[in-house]
Write a protein that binds this ligand. Structure first.
Ligand code: PGA
Length: 263
């Protein structure tokens, strides 16, 4: 059975000082909740935090110190191992900072930083090589949705982003997050039924490319204006295994409210 995966993408919020306070408050909330402790222990729930890179080491330090059983990931990485790439961070460096996961292809990286499917494909290959688990984001613009191109866009992002990836590499290493761009940070969520239809389509794409077995066991997330009052509606859907939360994950209390509604 697929467990629930609840991920917080802080984006450019919570630098090292705030991150430390966050972890202490989050640890307090978590260790007071028997349900949360039990769900993580039984592998029915995985909690992941994706802070800005500059906060990773501090978060990892607090994670070890408090014993918080969370997954730590980065929001981005470069595909090369090292070299003259000012301002960039490699997969190996993320591992050294305590990461096991990385987000690749977030729509803000695609649209604001011009990351193409080809670039994302190189990043995915490099992350796999270093054994990082990838949260690979796909999603359509509003105009694409209105002109009924959602499925074609998702198919193209999926196939091009994962070009050349073998089943053995995909297995357990790639989580797909469906994030319709018009729902991100807008306060407008997709309705859970529409989100389910796209996530079911993604599951079919996984089966077509990597076999039925991968299709049935892969984790698929929904993201876009997720809050504690709408989380349940998404998690009730058959093909949605978790949520990728932006704004509502920046405070430990609102992120923990989302976790509570998912257990
Ligand atoms: P949001 O962001 O929850 O603030 O809409 C989601 C995301 O970008 O992952």
């Amino acid at each position: 059975m697929r467990g629930k995966f609840i991920a917080g993408n802080w984006k450019m919020a919570n630098g090292p000082i705030m991150a430390k306070d966050y972890m202490l408050r989050f640890a307090d909330l978590f260790f007071k909740s028997e349900n949360a402790i039990k769900s993580v222990k039984n592998e029915r729930l995985k909690i992941a935090i994706f802070p800005p890179s500059i906060s990773l080491s501090d978060i990892n330090y607090e994670k070890v110190k408090t014993g918080l059983p969370i997954v730590l990931g980065a929001q981005n990485m470069h595909w090369e191992k090292n070299g003259a790439y000012t301002g960039e961070i490699s997969a190996q460096m993320l591992i050294e900072a305590g990461c096991s996961h990385v987000i690749i292809g977030h729509s803000e990286r695609r649209t604001l930083f011009n990351e193409t499917n080809e670039i994302l494909n190189k990043k995915i290959a490099s992350a796999i090589e270093e054994d990082l688990t990838i949260v690979f984001c796909v999603g359509e613009h509003l105009e694409e949705r209105e002109s009924k191109e959602t499925y074609a866009v998702i198919r193209e992002q999926f196939l091009e982003g994962l070009r050349g990836i073998k089943t053995s590499q995909f297995s357990k290493k790639i989580i797909i997050a469906y994030e319709p761009i018009w729902a991100i940070g807008s306060g407008i969520t997709a309705n859970s039924c529409d989100a389910q239809n796209v996530c079911s389509f993604i599951r079919e794409l996984i089966s077509e490319s990597f076999g039925e077995n991968e299709g049935s066991k892969s984790i698929i997330l929904y993201g876009g204006s997720v809050k504690s009052n709408n989380t349940k509606s998404f998690l009730c859907e058959k093909d949605i295994d978790g949520v990728l939360v932006g704004g509502a994950s920046v405070s430990p209390d609102s992120f923990f409210d989302i976790i509570k509604t998912s257990i």
